[in-house]
Design a protein around this ligand. Structure first.
Ligand code: HEM
Length: 400
């Protein structure tokens, strides 16, 4: 027993000294900025927060329900603490302040203009490479890259986000909403969160890589050469994403979340097959139009192929390799389904709480349907009718 105690004590002392030294260095850097600062033993973005975050959330679930925010000592160790704490920390420390911890410091701002400025000055505010590596499970992408590499990614990934993609999203959302309404009309309770997530994932599968998924598809068998169906692979990646991002593959494969490893590998295989098919279509000269017009994967490969054609001899590479295509499709998919699904869920809750808002939104929908009918259209269209939804786009701002 003694033989284990001594190294453990020594390790704890060394670790504590290192943390104390790092804290001292962070504090020195914070003082130089002239901004107000406060301390926290762990900050919300460091590795230890994977422990403090769930632990504190579990410990303080009842306390949070009282609406007093977080206990002051704990707040900065919790991921996204500010949503429950509201503006309390800013009332205490001002519009801009620093949280200093042994793992570095974080600057928080309640000034929207400043936040916009930081987000748009990409050259001055560089994201940490070490953290960005984590969001490259399938390859480098527009979110994980910086500087010239980011410009290279944005040149190929921006053009696909045009009208064709918007029309595809419009049409597929109507189709998926049809499934949702049918499902809700026969079931006794509405599973708002999981059903809206399903809708978001299905729309993104269509817009992201041109695959139409029906609500009954999750029972489909795996095609030859695969262990699982595309739908199961997609949902596996969504479900196990934190483990896929956090654990190395060799560990994930042997962990209790090994289904996440299968989903990860299968998703990659499906995507590489889709890329090969689309590239072959483009190379054969049969045009850039895939069956599902406007999907981001095909549009990105087309932009990439155009860039390659225009490449001058001896110039730097201008087209994507397969890893970069895969990395970006994955990023679109993840950035797209979660944000959109959360916005819809929040919108539903907002409407449920305010009858007047409901009336206004319904009034606008009815009016636009009537105008379309007067022009001889039974269905609404993206081109003619979407721009008319002014109230719909802004009603959540009014609900404050
Ligand atoms: C309601 C839905 C959405 C919201 C609220 C939203 C919000 C945001 C915000 C705030 C950023 C900026 C993040 C930053 O600069 O650090 C961002 C970036 C991004 N979003 Fe969205 N987004 C939504 C939908 C989508 C969709 C549907 C896609 C893709 C299909 C997408 C793809 C991206 C990408 C690729 C970036 C990074 C761009 C870059 O770093 O240059 N987003 N989004």
């Amino acid at each position: 027993m003694l033989s284990l105690t001594v190294p453990l004590v020594a390790l704890t002392i060394v670790f504590s000294l290192m943390r104390a030294y790092s804290l001292w260095e962070s504090r020195r850097a914070a003082r130089k900025t002239g901004l107000p600062y406060t301390y926290s033993p762990v900050h919300e973005l460091e590795t230890w927060a994977y422990i403090t975050n769930p632990l504190l959330r579990w410990m303080y679930q009842d306390y949070l329900m009282k609406g007093h925010g977080w206990p002051r000592w704990a707040r900065f160790m919790v991921k996204d603490w500010m949503y429950e704490d509201k503006g309390r920390a800013h009332e205490e420390f001002g519009d801009v302040f620093l949280v200093v911890s042994p793992a570095g410091m974080i600057c928080y701002t309640a000034d929207a203009q400043l936040a916009l400025d930081v987000c748009t000055r990409r050259k001055d505010f560089i994201k940490s490479r070490e953290k960005m590596k984590m969001i490259e499970p399938f390859g480098p992408n527009v979110v994980s890259s910086e500087g010239n590499l980011w410009r290279f990614h944005i040149r190929i990934t921006a053009p696909p986000f045009g009208d064709a993609a918007n029309r595809l999203v419009w049409a597929e959302t109507i189709r998926q909403t049809g499934f949702l309404v049918s499902s809700w009309s026969v079931s006794e309770s509405m599973a708002l969160k999981s059903d809206i997530y399903l809708l978001g994932v299905n729309v993104m599968a269509c817009a992201g890589f041109g695959r139409r998924i029906d609500w009954t598809d999750n029972s489909k068998a795996a095609p030859e050469g695969h262990e699982t169906s595309l739908v199961n692979a997609i949902f596996g990646v969504v479900l196990y994403l934190p483990y896929i991002l956090l654990l190395p593959q060799w560990l994930l494969k042997r962990s209790p979340w090994k289904a996440g490893y299968t989903a990860y590998k299968e998703f990659e295989q499906y995507m590489r097959e889709f890329i090969a098919v689309e590239k072959a279509r483009i190379a054969s000269g049969s045009g850039y139009e895939s069956k599902i017009k406007g999907n981001l994967l095909t549009a990105m490969l087309a932009t990439s192929a155009d860039e390659e054609k225009n490449l001058k001899q001896g110039a730097q590479r201008t087209s994507f390799n397969d890893d970069e295509v895969l990395g970006n499709v994955f990023m679109f998919f993840m950035a797209g389904y979660d944000t959109t699904a959360n916005t819809i869920i929040f919108a539903c809750v907002t409407l449920a709480l305010d009858e007047d808002l409901q009336e206004q939104v319904i009034g606008e929908i009815d009016r636009i349907f009537e105008e379309a009918a007067a022009e001889g259209r039974e269905e609404l269209s993206y081109t003619h009718d979407f721009p008319k939804f002014k109230y719909m786009l802004a009603f959540m701002a009014r609900s404050n």
